[in-house]
Design a protein around this ligand. Structure first.
Ligand code: PLP
Length: 426
């Protein structure tokens, strides 16, 4: 906060396409999609119109005991594009809430089945699932989570296959990690309600990409051991990794899936937790049986958010967004990989339209810059001067442009990033 107070604040007034414009009229590329949200650019006429059309009818009515038109239509659309076993949608307002809901559903599911010992979760090393207490409990990033440790529920930690730090091949890394997870599950499966994972890319950990096939193996282990698989697609969903959902890479069918961020194209706060029919039906019963899922938020199923999300999903289809991503991602790879020769650039991690560029003090040993040197922040500050807003995660600079960014815009943004790294990391 002190650093923020000492800096010149940027106050955004409007947006045009992939550009943010501040109160002084200065234009910046939105190089991080306003925290991994934006898909079709700002002020997209279709999404704007959908919100305007809806606002003329009604902005919000409760979803408690009743439904609303866009919430119903959106639920159907979400189910149509999600892994085929997922058939039910529970709305909320943020990714963290979607995670809380997923955890509570998994916990209650086993209780309702009479398996009362199954009340803990397995989560991955360096996982990030949001900032509320349940989401923090399954989080594994000390920097964000250690302060709150006394408030958190117990979670078993499984290793994540960090191919960038493992001494051996990607395959060996995958096998080693799976063995350790199997050992943990063999020991603890009777107590485990669910395993929660960021499929394919661990985002906040610094864009750590899983080895191919890892998710499929996790799915098989969960199935074999009566453990629900919770896929947190909050960051990876809606095209970020190059497919609509990261689970599609290995045709994984999670029991519970969380979506948020790109759900409304980055326009309004809306999230959802999807479940399989088997999970849902465990909550059906007579009133006296108290099988109710006791969870809800005042703005759940908000009509404006749902209208924006419908327009967002329609635009994915209309503009063939997913088909366009492979070319953009390979352009990003080609241009960002030119930084590989830089003496202070370590790993360059790219999956779809998610990229993390690691800044290192020493390239050969991959020795990090000390935290307090704030190298990531300094590079991002330099990018601002050059006309692009991005955010670091420690020493990893995150580049996550809106999915609609044109090739020339991508090249321009990466040129800014390259210049900033060359200026700061000398
Ligand atoms: N899960 C993942 C994987 C995330 O990356 C995030 C946010 O970055 C969240 C959950 C939390 O989402 P929100 O910030 O909408 O609460």
């Amino acid at each position: 906060m002190k650093d923020y107070l000492e800096s010149e604040p940027i106050i955004i007034e409007r947006g045009e396409g992939i550009t943010l414009i501040d109160v002084n009229g200065t234009r910046f590329y939105d190089g991080v999609s306003s925290i991994w949200l934006n898909v079709h650019g700002h002020c997209n006429s279709d999404i704007n119109q959908a919100i305007i059309d809806q606002i003329k009818k009604i902005s919000h009515s409760t979803l408690l005991g009743q439904a609303n038109v866009p919430a119903v239509l959106l639920a159907e659309k979400i189910i149509n594009v999600s892994p085929k076993n997922l058939t039910k949608v529970f709305y909320s307002d943020s990714g963290s809430e979607a995670v809380e809901i997923g955890l509570k559903i998994a916990y209650q599911y086993w209780k309702l089945k009479g398996q009362t010992k199954k009340k803990s979760f397995i989560a991955m090393t360096n996982a990030y699932h949001g900032d509320t207490i349940g989401a923090t409990s399954v989080g594994g990033m000390d920097l964000f989570h250690a302060t709150y440790r006394d408030l958190l529920f117990k979670t078993y930690r499984s290793p994540y296959p960090d191919i960038y730090r493992f001494e051996g091949t990607k395959d060996e890394c995958r096998v080693d990690c799976i063995k350790k997870i199997e050992a943990l599950i063999n020991l603890r499966h009777e107590e485990i309600a669910g395993l929660i994972v960021e499929p394919v890319v661990q985002g906040a950990a610094g864009m750590i990409i899983m080895p191919d096939g890892f998710m499929k193996e996790i799915e098989a282990i969960c199935k074999a051991n009566n453990i629900l698989l919770l896929a947190d697609e909050v960051a990876t969903g809606f095209g970020r990794t190059g497919k609509l959902f990261a689970c599609e890479y290995d045709q994984v069918k999670p029991d519970i899936m969380m979506i948020a961020k790109g759900l409304t194209g980055g326009y309004l706060p809306l999230a959802a937790t999807l479940t399989s029919e088997a999970v849902y039906s465990e909550f059906l019963g007579d009133y006296s049986g108290k099988k109710t899922f006791f969870h809800g938020h005042s703005y759940t199923g908000n009509q404006l958010g749902c209208a924006a999300a419908i327009a967002n999903i329609d635009l994915f289809e209309k503009n063939k967004i997913i088909d366009s991503l492979a070319e953009k991602s390979s352009l990003m790879s080609r241009l960002l990989n030119e930084l590989d020769v830089h003496p202070h650039v370590g790993d360059i991690r790219i999956k779809g339209m998610m990229a993390g560029i690691e800044l290192v003090k020493d390239k050969d040993s991959k020795l990090s810059y000390p935290w307090e040197n704030k190298m990531g922040t300094k590079v991002c500050d330099e990018c601002r001067k050059l006309g692009m807003i991005i955010r670091p995660l420690g020493n990893v600079v995150i580049f996550m442009p809106p999915l609609v960014s044109a090739n020339e815009e991508l090249a321009d943004m990466i040129s800014i990033l390259t210049r900033a790294i060359k200026t700061v990391c000398t």
